[in-house]
Design a protein around this ligand. Structure first.
Ligand code: NAP
Length: 261
């Protein structure tokens, strides 16, 4: 996706995927400085650990506690997080306006943090974090309440607790890995009987593109937003940070679709 974008914008950069063991993270970043790489994306398991090796980090990335994009200016490394803003762009593109809405998010890991903070910043009214581990969801809810007017609270994944909450919700986001290949045939993280046609259902999982949750949501008449939009737009925002140019979003989308099949 990034290489297709560089080619189409005639930018002399190449994007490489490199594996890095956790104990070599500092050395890897030093290599970026020494070789003068323009930037990096950071992924699992380094997104949180990388903060302490950077020269500066944007307030947004500090708030999320994770960096997915680094820009190198003459050896000075700055960390950004484009996941949350990428998610909001994908929602808007899917026709959903986050301002004033009531949201239920499943999961309380890194992706849930980025999405929850971005939704709070975008002016959503109520954020309910439904967690398998309630303490993680509660911690995130407290952090949101300290920073934003959005009302955040945590609940368990118990069906009796979820039922009234989903009846009142406008948006359901799956920020857990449930539904990812090769477990794509497992039951959806939320049973189909709890979904209703006024809900927009977003799944961050993009492998497969139509998850079992999105299939159930479509069957109930819900609007759906799949995980490829967030993947595309976090990458487009990273492209813009590295190059200072508008991202060729349609070229990137075509390439992403081609790669994901
Ligand atoms: P993570 O940090 O490992 O967090 C995963 C969360 O899901 C945790 O809160 C975990 O609960 C919960 N969870 C795991 N299995 C569950 C289950 N069976 N039932 C209920 N909850 C469960 O992972 P992450 O980085 O946040 O990523 C989450 C998903 O988002 C992944 O599938 C990832 O591929 C996807 N993602 C997509 C994009 C995109 O661009 N579309 C970007 C980032 C991530 P506990 O708290 O109990 O462990």
């Amino acid at each position: 996706m990034q290489n297709a974008a560089f080619r189409s914008a005639a930018i002399n950069l190449v994007y490489l995927a490199l594996a890095l063991p956790p104990d070599k993270l500092a050395v890897g970043l030093e290599a970026a400085r020494v070789f003068g790489w323009r930037g990096l994306n950071i992924t699992i398991p380094h997104k949180e650990a990388v903060l302490k090796y950077l020269d500066s980090t944007t307030p947004e990335a500090v708030e999320i506690g994770a960096v997915n994009t680094v820009v190198n200016e003459d050896g000075i490394l700055t960390g950004y997080n484009t996941d949350g803003a990428g998610f909001i762009r994908s929602l808007l593109e899917g026709g959903f306006q986050p301002a004033g809405c009531r949201v239920v998010i499943i999961g309380a890991g890194g992706a849930a943090r980025a999405v929850a903070m971005a939704l709070a910043r975008a002016g959503c009214d109520e954020l309910i974090l439904a967690g398998r581990t309630l303490s993680r969801a509660s911690e995130l809810a407290m952090q949101i309440n300290r920073r934003y007017p959005a009302k955040a609270r945590s609940i368990t994944l118990d069906e009796q607790v979820l039922t009234p909450v989903l009846v009142a919700a406008d948006l359901l986001v799956n920020a857990s890995p449930v539904g990812t290949f090769p477990h794509h045939q497992d039951p959806p993280v939320i049973p189909e009987r709890l979904l209703h046609a006024r809900l927009t259902v977003s799944d961050l999982v993009y492998n497969p593109r139509e998850t079992v949750l999105l299939r159930a949501a479509k069957a109930q008449g819900c609007r759906t937003v799949d995980g490829t939009g967030m993947l595309l737009h976090q990458g487009a925002l990273a492209f813009e940070l590295w190059t200072g140019k508008p991202a060729p979003v349609e070229i990137m989308r075509q390439e992403l679709n081609r790669q994901l099949g």
